[in-house]
Design a protein around this ligand. Sequence first.
Ligand SMILES: [Zn+2]
Length: 68
Amino acid sequence: MEFCDKCGGLLMPESENGKYFLECRNCDERKPLTEEIADSYSSTLKISHHIGDEYKNAIEMEKWKKKI
Ligand SMILES: [Zn+2]
């Protein structure tokens, strides 16, 4: 897992316009999502060489949780 340089908050993978990055839940700080970082999320998000459907599903799940 990666943490925010500004506030120490947890960075979560997000996507926008087909690009993937890490975004802080507290201050909206963004970091590029490198393959190395993606690997550190592989316990919850399965990413091999490219970003697959399970990754997208995890993001959709996050959005879904916010609606409740
Ligand atoms: Zn932050």
